[in-house]
Design a protein around this ligand. Structure first.
Ligand SMILES: [Zn+2]
Length: 180
Protein backbone atom coordinates (compact mmCIF):
# COMPACT_ATOMS: atom_id res chain seq x y z
CA UNK A 1 0.00 0.00 0.00
CA UNK A 2 1.26 3.46 -0.88
CA UNK A 3 1.27 6.62 1.19
CA UNK A 4 -1.05 8.39 -1.29
CA UNK A 5 -3.73 5.75 -0.76
CA UNK A 6 -4.23 6.56 2.89
CA UNK A 7 -2.82 10.04 3.43
CA UNK A 8 -5.35 12.55 4.67
CA UNK A 9 -6.37 16.07 3.86
CA UNK A 10 -6.85 18.88 4.54
CA UNK A 11 -3.40 19.79 5.67
CA UNK A 12 -3.59 22.72 8.01
CA UNK A 13 -1.00 25.32 7.17
CA UNK A 14 -0.02 28.70 8.51
CA UNK A 15 2.22 31.40 7.07
CA UNK A 16 5.63 31.75 8.73
CA UNK A 17 5.08 35.47 9.34
CA UNK A 18 2.01 34.94 11.50
CA UNK A 19 2.50 34.94 15.26
CA UNK A 20 2.68 32.10 17.75
CA UNK A 21 -0.61 33.38 19.12
CA UNK A 22 -2.26 32.91 15.70
CA UNK A 23 -0.87 29.38 15.60
CA UNK A 24 -2.24 28.61 19.05
CA UNK A 25 -5.70 29.83 18.06
CA UNK A 26 -5.68 27.79 14.85
CA UNK A 27 -4.46 24.64 16.62
CA UNK A 28 -7.30 24.94 19.12
CA UNK A 29 -9.84 25.55 16.39
CA UNK A 30 -8.86 22.56 14.27
CA UNK A 31 -8.23 20.36 17.33
CA UNK A 32 -4.91 19.16 16.00
CA UNK A 33 -1.46 19.32 17.45
CA UNK A 34 0.41 20.06 14.28
CA UNK A 35 0.67 22.63 11.49
CA UNK A 36 2.76 22.84 8.35
CA UNK A 37 4.38 26.26 8.10
CA UNK A 38 4.45 27.84 4.65
CA UNK A 39 5.99 30.77 2.87
CA UNK A 40 4.31 31.67 -0.42
CA UNK A 41 2.46 28.34 -0.20
CA UNK A 42 5.69 26.37 -0.03
CA UNK A 43 6.37 24.21 3.03
CA UNK A 44 9.25 25.68 5.02
CA UNK A 45 8.80 24.08 8.43
CA UNK A 46 6.51 22.40 10.90
CA UNK A 47 5.06 23.58 14.18
CA UNK A 48 3.56 21.40 16.88
CA UNK A 49 1.84 22.29 20.09
CA UNK A 50 4.86 20.98 21.97
CA UNK A 51 7.08 23.43 20.03
CA UNK A 52 4.82 26.21 21.28
CA UNK A 53 4.97 24.97 24.84
CA UNK A 54 8.73 24.48 24.81
CA UNK A 55 9.73 27.60 22.92
CA UNK A 56 7.09 30.10 24.02
CA UNK A 57 5.44 29.18 27.27
CA UNK A 58 8.41 27.51 28.96
CA UNK A 59 10.69 30.27 27.63
CA UNK A 60 8.32 32.85 29.06
CA UNK A 61 7.78 34.67 25.76
CA UNK A 62 4.69 36.53 24.69
CA UNK A 63 2.95 34.52 21.93
CA UNK A 64 1.60 37.63 20.20
CA UNK A 65 5.13 39.01 19.79
CA UNK A 66 6.84 35.94 18.43
CA UNK A 67 6.74 35.06 14.72
CA UNK A 68 6.18 31.45 13.76
CA UNK A 69 9.36 31.38 11.69
CA UNK A 70 11.34 31.97 14.89
CA UNK A 71 9.87 29.00 16.75
CA UNK A 72 9.05 26.45 14.03
CA UNK A 73 11.20 23.43 13.29
CA UNK A 74 13.01 24.18 10.04
CA UNK A 75 14.21 20.68 9.45
CA UNK A 76 11.71 17.88 9.55
CA UNK A 77 11.07 14.44 8.24
CA UNK A 78 8.68 14.20 5.29
CA UNK A 79 7.64 11.66 2.71
CA UNK A 80 6.50 11.57 -0.90
CA UNK A 81 3.12 10.15 -2.03
CA UNK A 82 4.47 7.21 -4.01
CA UNK A 83 6.46 5.39 -1.37
CA UNK A 84 5.10 2.39 0.46
CA UNK A 85 3.73 2.64 3.96
CA UNK A 86 6.53 0.63 5.49
CA UNK A 87 9.03 3.22 4.29
CA UNK A 88 6.90 6.00 5.79
CA UNK A 89 6.68 4.17 9.11
CA UNK A 90 10.43 3.69 9.17
CA UNK A 91 10.88 7.41 8.59
CA UNK A 92 8.53 8.15 11.47
CA UNK A 93 10.43 5.79 13.69
CA UNK A 94 13.79 7.25 12.72
CA UNK A 95 12.60 10.81 13.19
CA UNK A 96 10.74 9.91 16.39
CA UNK A 97 7.47 11.36 15.08
CA UNK A 98 4.06 9.81 14.48
CA UNK A 99 3.03 11.81 11.44
CA UNK A 100 4.70 13.04 8.28
CA UNK A 101 3.86 15.81 5.84
CA UNK A 102 3.51 14.34 2.35
CA UNK A 103 5.32 16.53 -0.16
CA UNK A 104 5.36 16.30 -3.95
CA UNK A 105 7.32 18.75 -6.11
CA UNK A 106 7.81 21.12 -3.22
CA UNK A 107 4.09 21.27 -2.47
CA UNK A 108 2.32 19.81 0.50
CA UNK A 109 -0.31 17.30 -0.64
CA UNK A 110 -1.31 15.46 2.52
CA UNK A 111 -0.44 14.17 5.95
CA UNK A 112 0.10 10.57 6.93
CA UNK A 113 -0.03 9.48 10.54
CA UNK A 114 0.43 6.23 12.38
CA UNK A 115 -3.20 6.41 13.43
CA UNK A 116 -4.30 6.66 9.76
CA UNK A 117 -2.35 3.50 9.10
CA UNK A 118 -3.83 1.81 12.14
CA UNK A 119 -7.36 2.81 11.09
CA UNK A 120 -6.96 1.50 7.56
CA UNK A 121 -5.43 -1.72 8.62
CA UNK A 122 -4.98 -2.59 12.29
CA UNK A 123 -3.22 -5.85 11.42
CA UNK A 124 -0.74 -3.90 9.38
CA UNK A 125 0.54 -2.04 12.41
CA UNK A 126 1.49 -5.31 14.09
CA UNK A 127 3.00 -6.59 10.92
CA UNK A 128 4.94 -3.38 10.44
CA UNK A 129 6.24 -3.54 13.99
CA UNK A 130 7.54 -7.03 13.36
CA UNK A 131 9.11 -6.15 10.05
CA UNK A 132 10.68 -3.04 11.52
CA UNK A 133 12.24 -5.05 14.30
CA UNK A 134 13.54 -7.64 11.89
CA UNK A 135 14.96 -5.02 9.60
CA UNK A 136 16.52 -3.05 12.40
CA UNK A 137 19.64 -1.36 11.15
CA UNK A 138 22.43 0.37 13.03
CA UNK A 139 21.08 3.64 14.35
CA UNK A 140 21.27 6.30 11.72
CA UNK A 141 21.64 9.87 12.81
CA UNK A 142 18.65 12.17 12.75
CA UNK A 143 20.52 14.46 10.39
CA UNK A 144 20.03 12.15 7.42
CA UNK A 145 17.15 12.65 5.02
CA UNK A 146 15.83 15.76 6.65
CA UNK A 147 13.37 17.96 4.79
CA UNK A 148 13.41 21.72 4.66
CA UNK A 149 14.75 24.69 2.79
CA UNK A 150 18.31 24.45 1.49
CA UNK A 151 20.53 27.09 3.13
CA UNK A 152 22.29 27.72 -0.17
CA UNK A 153 19.76 27.69 -3.04
CA UNK A 154 16.62 28.31 -0.96
CA UNK A 155 14.73 25.44 -2.62
CA UNK A 156 12.77 22.79 -0.80
CA UNK A 157 14.48 19.44 -0.53
CA UNK A 158 13.57 16.20 1.19
CA UNK A 159 17.21 15.26 1.40
CA UNK A 160 18.95 18.03 3.30
CA UNK A 161 22.21 17.18 5.01
CA UNK A 162 24.54 19.25 7.16
CA UNK A 163 27.71 20.37 5.38
CA UNK A 164 30.07 22.64 7.27
CA UNK A 165 27.33 24.11 9.42
CA UNK A 166 24.79 24.64 6.59
CA UNK A 167 21.94 22.39 5.52
CA UNK A 168 22.32 21.67 1.81
CA UNK A 169 20.20 19.90 -0.80
CA UNK A 170 21.72 17.17 -2.93
CA UNK A 171 22.58 19.41 -5.90
CA UNK A 172 24.25 22.04 -3.70
CA UNK A 173 26.18 19.27 -1.95
CA UNK A 174 27.44 18.12 -5.35
CA UNK A 175 28.53 21.67 -6.17
CA UNK A 176 30.27 22.02 -2.82
CA UNK A 177 31.95 18.72 -3.44
CA UNK A 178 33.08 19.79 -6.95
CA UNK A 179 34.66 22.98 -5.62
CA UNK A 180 36.98 21.08 -3.34
ZN1 LIG B 1 20.43 23.75 -2.61
Amino acid sequence: MLVKEIMTQPVYTIDQNKTAKDAGILLRKIRRGFLVVTSKNRPVGVLSDSDLIKRIIAANKQPSKVKIKDVMSRHFVSTTPDVDILTAVRKMKKGNVHRLPVIANGKIVGIISLSDIAKTSPEMVNLLEMRLQMKEEPTETMTEHTSGICDNCDNFSDDLRPVGGSWLCDSCREEAEAEK
